[in-house]
Design a protein around this ligand. Structure first.
Ligand code: AMP
Ligand code: GLY
Length: 418
């Protein structure tokens, strides 16, 4: 098959690495890709992911039989709908189904209507009413803005004053409505499922570290590391989350007339009273995907293609019992202002460490050199018989990389290892 992969991060490098191993691959293309992805795919240049018509024309000209969409923005913007009109199969939800990520309000109302466990919530279009609500409820309490906010639309307020400031910020930033949620206590875990209509196939679990610095301190980031499987998500809790959260969601989306197709990433809070939904994402996690792919023993292309064609029923992905971990090597200063363009040496050297793959996230080529080109730059990934072994391998590999402008956390996996 001729396949086009969209995106340019570590997630897409992991997908490209795995897709390229498929016996059914004829030609793998990536748009825009990165230097790591270029080892597995032919890079397509000069088309923006938002240029849907140009993309369709390019796919037709190049005989593309499946488009795999990495990031959420093109999904929410309706790229899969546009490809479907043109008769080009794609892995990923339609815009209507991608509302599960694109609109927190849509998802909360869906949960309420279908009795899906999630934090209790209230919504307000006027700041005064929202202030009164947080004053009555007290803190901690969670304030959210609607829409795709790249993880920045959420404030877990520890005091009522903080909650009021967060409410004001939503409205000052042009928000029309604020969502206020009950604070859920517990450990968080991510559950991935391949979904096609009412068919739900579990597709691995992971946990990530969102804070920039050791000890889970510092500012929130897109994720500084992850590991899979998530030991806290026991088989029993996973079965409950699928039965009580994911399956009812898939059914509700079918009933809505917006059947979901693609990967559904459920962010869960494992509370005293069982798993509850924090949020959905309509794509693979980044960096969670980087720890799922090295553990997947089945043909990824066959699974994604089956989902795209509504033929997922009966699929049984096989997983290695090994653990995987990824350590994000980021530019100094990330998630704040940081420099780019500095040389990175030693990637091949790091990969000599047993069980290690370095996925590239924010890199570019400058002549013969690889240079940094973003906030999260490398994902030093390792598998091992145990999480401890995987962790030790990843950190040994990380020390073999020579990049003075980068930093990483030294405690990825601590929750599962302590
Ligand atoms: P979200 O963007 O909705 O995933 O929220 C980002 C982070 O905020 C989550 O990963 C949680 O750590 C935290 N969070 C969001 N909603 C809640 C909630 N209702 N209770 C506790 N923590 C929450
Ligand atoms: N690592 C969190 C995310 O992909 O949303």
């Amino acid at each position: 098959m001729n396949v086009l992969l969209l995106g340019s991060g570590g997630r897409e490098h992991a997908l490209a690495w795995k897709l390229a191993q498929s016996p059914s691959i004829a030609q793998l293309y990536a748009l825009p890709g990165n230097p790591g992805i270029a080892d597995h795919a032919e890079l397509v240049e000069g088309i923006a992911l938002s240029a849907h018509d140009t993309l369709v024309t390019w796919c037709k000209k190049n005989g593309i039989e499946l488009v795999v969409v990495g990031p959420e923005a093109p999904l929410v913007a309706g790229l899969v709908d546009r490809l479907a009109e043109a008769g080009i199969p794609a892995f990923g939800p339609t815009a209507a189904a991608a509302r599960l990520e694109g609109s927190k309000l849509f998802t909360k109302e869906l949960c309420r209507a279908h009795g899906i466990p999630t934090a209790a919530f209230a919504r307000f279009t006027k700041p005064e009413a929202a202030w009164a609500h947080v004053t009555t409820e007290g803190a901690p309490i969670v304030i959210k803005a609607d829409g795709l906010m790249a993880g920045k639309g959420v404030v877990v307020a520890l005091t009522v004053e903080e909650a009021i400031a967060a409410i004001d910020q939503v409205f000052a930033g042009g928000g029309q409505e604020v969502l206020i949620e009950e604070f859920m206590e517990g450990e968080e875990a991510s559950l991935f499922c391949l979904v096609d209509g009412e068919t739900v196939i579990p597709f691995g679990s992971a946990q990530d570290h969102k804070r920039a610095f050791d000890g889970d301190l510092g500012p929130n980031t897109g994720g500084m590391g992850a590991y899979s499987p998530a030991p806290v998500l026991t088989a029993e809790l996973e079965a409950r989350a699928i039965a009580e959260i994911v399956v009812p969601t898939a059914r509700a989306m079918v009933a809505e007339g917006s059947p979901y197709r693609g990967i559904l990433y459920a962010g869960l809070m494992l509370t005293q009273s069982g798993p509850k939904l924090v949020e959905y994402n309509c794509r693979f996690g980044d960096p969670e995907c980087q720890v799922l792919m090295p553990r997947l023993e089945s043909d990824l292309l066959a699974l994604l293609n089956a989902a795209a064609h509504g033929e997922l029923a009966g699929a049984a992905p096989q997983w290695s019992p090994k653990s995987a971990i990824t350590v994000v090597y980021a530019s100094r200063g990330y998630p704040g202002p940081h420099q780019t363009g500095s040389e990175i040496r030693g990637i091949e050297d790091a990969e000599k460490e047993e069980g290690v793959i370095v996925f590239q996230a924010g890199t570019k080529r400058s002549g013969a050199k690889i240079v940094s080109n973003g906030g999260r730059v490398l994902n030093v990934t390792a598998v091992g018989d145990t999480l401890r072994e995987a962790r030790d391998r990843a950190y040994r590999a990380a020390t073999r990389i020579d990049w003075p402008d980068g930093f990483y956390r030294n405690d990825i996996g601590w929750r599962a290892l302590d």
